[in-house]
Design a protein around this ligand. Structure first.
Ligand code: 4NP
Length: 159
């Protein structure tokens, strides 16, 4: 089983959106028995909460239901459990570097590194902006998710 963890600041906008899009993609490709997904925030303000209503709507407009997801905070032991720890932005990445146990650094990635021609290095935080920010976030997430599935297939599943 390959375990994938998406991480942002609040775990109510970007990382649950990524988890939902990637989870659907894995299902559609028939890989649900081989790949599991989760998401977490570096911050604890929204622990236990569902995704932001704007994130839920933007995802549902693309056929992705993320209403079941609940926010939690990242823990050091997530690096031991998960094969991929995917940071949405540089600030998340720096925080994750601080809590990563020694020897597990190779599990940490910038999520958009799986979207080689990405116009952005970071998934921009849509929390303080309008609805179009959430749509743009999903555009980036869809592309990076395709690259991530491919990386898992070649790197872990021998496909
Ligand atoms: P996220 O967005 O990191 O994509 O979930 C945010 C959600 C909440 C806050 C910041 C960013 N906040 O400051 O509460």
């Amino acid at each position: 089983m390959v375990k994938v963890l998406f991480v942002c600041l609040g775990n109510i906008c970007r990382s649950p959106s990524a988890e939902g899009v990637f989870r659907d993609m894995v299902e559609q490709k028939g890989l649900s028995a081989q790949i599991t997904t989760d998401s977490a925030g570096t911050g604890d303000w929204h622990v236990g909460n569902p995704p932001d209503p704007r994130a839920q709507k933007a995802a549902l407009d693309r056929g992705v239901d993320i209403s079941d997801l609940r926010a939690r905070q990242i823990r050091a032991k997530d690096f031991i459990e998960f094969d991929y720890v995917l940071a949405m932005d540089r600030s998340n990445y720096a925080k994750l570097q601080q809590i990563c146990p020694p020897g597990y650094e190779d599990r940490l990635y910038m999520f958009l590194s799986f979207y080689p021609d990405s116009p952005e290095e970071e998934v921009p935080d849509p929390y303080f902006g309008g609805a179009d920010g959430f749509d743009y976030v999903l555009d980036l997430i869809e592309k990076a998710s395709e690259g991530l599935v491919q990386d898992i297939k070649t790197g872990y599943l021998g496909m």
